[in-house]
Design a protein around this ligand. Sequence first.
Ligand code: PLP
Length: 427
Amino acid sequence: MIYKRSSALFAEAKQLIPGGVNSPVRAFKAVGGDPIFVKEAKGAYLYDVDGNRLIDYIASWGPLILGHAHEPVLNAIIEKAKKGTSFGMPTEIETELAKLAVSMVPNIDKIRFVNSGTEACMSAVRLARGYTGKDKIIKFTGCYHGHSDSFLIQAGSGAVTFGSPNSPGVTQGTAKDTLLASYNDLESVTQLIEANKGEIAAVIIEPVAGNMGCIIPTDGFIRGLRELCTQNDILLIFDEVMTGFRLGRGGAQEALGIKADILCFGKVIGGGLPVGAFAASTKIMGYLAPEGPVYQAGTLSGNPLAMSAGLAMLTELNNNPAIFTSLQEKTAHLHIGLSKALDKKGIPYQINRFGSMISVHFTDRPVMDFASSATGNNETFKKYFHGMLDQGIYLPPSAFESYFLNDALSYEDLDETIEAVEKLQLD
Ligand code: PLP
């Protein structure tokens, strides 16, 4: 495939935008080469500025579960835009989307809309701290909750001591309040709770992780977390920015049969426009301004275009939950096909799948946390990624990202993808 125009646009962008992109993963740093500049997209396909057609397994990193430029979502945005794009005043559609979201998700009474998943997680943690009167939080290494300071933390010198910043600009003061546990390792959480008795406001987790590839919680891990949190007066926050309205109407809570105290949303809930949200019981949400003392705000929060896109998207998912089953079946079909194709290559690999999330890791170790995910062979991954791209298949440009299947993908698209893997030379 030819990427001349993409490369030229990237060179120009780099003169004006740091690294040429507005979000780092788009720059292809992990896989090398220049990123593809997209011109337009429809259904399961991206069309780039060089005229290539790509089958898309990213779907804008998750939001576009019904495919690109999905008519009902598009029409909702267009009709809304004709009536004004932002008011900074309450609108009826905010309550409509709130009503629908609350009816779909178990265990929440009220929801507050923000503009991104980052804002949702950041605000959820502030709410948890305000509600419990405690400062510390536990997060899991390899889980991503957006780029707010409290989450850009790596494990410190001792597992039961403080975290330390993993980006310049995050202060030691902030880092000391974020403790790092290992995914699927309940004992690591118990130790942190024991060492910080009465100081932990919340445990935040991706209930099915998607930011170290797709990682499935082992039996008993999430249930054990729930019990630990309840026993120690700690709020359990499910970051459902990826899983919400993707793993089913009720997201990971429903899929895993476990209830969290605070939920964070993003991606699908905004139908492809910038939306995040956090939600909880009336009691917890009552701590939020203007009702309660915990401050949180946003000039464009509840924006009418974003609400209309989210409402159109959730309405379709709510009215037709068979979409979730169909997506799961397509993902299983892809899983089986990828396995058959990779088996023939004679190289170690793992495939993790949950609902419509799936990822391939080139390692012989079962991938169940960040450490095992990091054992993947990145040289093989690079060959895999570029080999697929050359055949018109757009996969996430990092071994630490999950694919997100969308409803517009046909079985022909999936088979074309599997055939492309068969043709790869990976050793
Ligand atoms: N939480 C999770 C689980 C995510 O995957 C992401 C982004 O990918 C975020 C939070 C942050 O969302 P945003 O990029 O909309 O700020």
